[in-house]
Write a protein that binds this ligand. Structure first.
Ligand code: FES
Length: 146
């Protein structure tokens, strides 16, 4: 399996690891199939994501995608943040091997879960945001490792 240099960099030196104590939104998503868990903290002020941090108990690709996802979301409006899909995260990392694509889905879901938490706490509706699931493994197939 071949990882891009960017994936290796974000795995070895992950950005934004940690917690935000007074986070505006916190989201936790896991995948029971691989057992990995990702927790994302967002600090949102005046509709802008001022800060993002994460804690990931998971594979290297999960660490790299949460690192990149939190980098991408910082400084974005909520509308822009909604455009950070797993594909956008993968592109920013110069791709992931097919068996690791589901790890980037965990990152997208964790961002959405944190945005959902923020929306609920503030009584707002974020367009296009669906209620997050706690276990994304129920909704997807992980391809077998070759
Ligand atoms: Fe579970 Fe990567 S193997 S997130």
């Amino acid at each position: 399996m071949q990882y891009s240099e960017k994936v290796m960099d974000h795995f070895m030196n992950p950005r934004n690891v940690g917690e935000i104590e007074d986070a505006s939104g916190v989201g936790t998503v896991g995948n029971a199939k691989c057992g990995d868990i990702m927790k994302v903290y967002l600090k949102i002020e005046n509709g802008i994501v001022e800060d993002a941090k994460f804690k990931t108990f998971g594979c290297g690709a999960a660490v790299a995608t949460s690192s990149m996802a939190t980098e991408l979301i910082k400084g974005k409006t909520i509308e822009e943040a909604m455009k950070i899909t797993n594909k956008a995260v993968m592109e920013a990392l110069d791709g992931l091997p097919p068996v690791k694509v589901h790890c980037s889905c965990l990152a997208e879901e964790a961002l959405h879960a944190a945005l959902w938490d923020y929306a609920e706490k503030n009584g707002i509706v974020i367009e296009g945001l669906e209620k997050p699931v706690e276990d994304i493994g129920e909704h997807e197939e992980i391809p077998e490792e070759e």
